[in-house]
Design a protein around this ligand. Structure first.
Ligand code: ADP
Length: 190
């Protein structure tokens, strides 16, 4: 089983690349952002709770997110491996993921970061906001808040995974297919 954590700032292209990688490596793609948006659209209790955080650009509380992620993994007992996109985003989530995967007799194989400059990313998100319908993409203050959340809570995960010898980074700027190649060469050498 290979399990990959796709890591990167908002707008880095995790979702775009996940679409290619899941096919290539036969992985189940779990995007916490997508699961939250599905729940928001359907007005579930989880969706209504998440919305109050997401629309401001804040992270959803760890316990809520982790329980949701665990349910999503358990809903795919036949999976050959998982591609985690948008999870973990805090140290507590990373610890929960490690403990959970260990309890399933598996582990996180590697964390791969897509790197890109903040200014490029903010511009990408504002552009995406014109068509995505996402409230959190439409306002520069909310986007900046997501970067602040990232810098405070998510960036420390790089050291967490470096200490485990599992951190890899690729340049996230370029043609989509070139970036898929860069990610693939990391995965093929694991
Ligand atoms: P992006 O990475 O482009 O900001 P996502 O679609 O991954 O967007 O996530 C959208 C929002 O969903 C985040 O800003 C956050 O509010 C919430 N969210 C997603 N994943 C998590 C997580 N692991 N922990 C807490 N909140 C999360």
């Amino acid at each position: 089983m290979i399990n990959i954590v796709l890591f990167g700032k908002p707008g880095a292209g995790k979702g775009t690349q996940a679409e290619f990688l899941k096919e290539k490596y036969n992985l189940v793609h779990l995007s916490t952002g997508d699961i939250f948006r599905f729940n928001m659209k359907n007005g579930t209790e989880l969706g209504n709770l998440a919305k109050s955080y997401i629309d401001k650009g804040d992270l959803v509380p760890d316990e809520v997110t982790t329980n949701m992620l665990i349910d999503a993994v358990n809903a795919n007992p036949e999976a050959k491996g998982f591609l985690f996109d948008g999870y973990p985003r805090t140290i507590s989530q990373a610890e929960a993921l490690d403990a959970f995967l260990t309890s399933k007799g598996t582990e996180n194989t590697a964390t791969i970061a897509l790197e890109a400059d903040d200014n490029i990313l903010v511009a990408r998100l504002l552009e995406r906001g014109k068509t995505s319908g996402r409230v959190d993409d439409q306002d520069e203050d909310k986007i900046r808040n997501r970067y602040q959340e990232y810098n405070e809570k998510t960036a420390p995960l790089m050291d967490y995974y470096k200490k485990q010898g599992k951190f890899h980074a690729v340049d996230g700027i370029g043609e989509i297919s070139e970036i898929t190649e860069r990610l693939s060469s990391v995965i093929d050498n694991l």
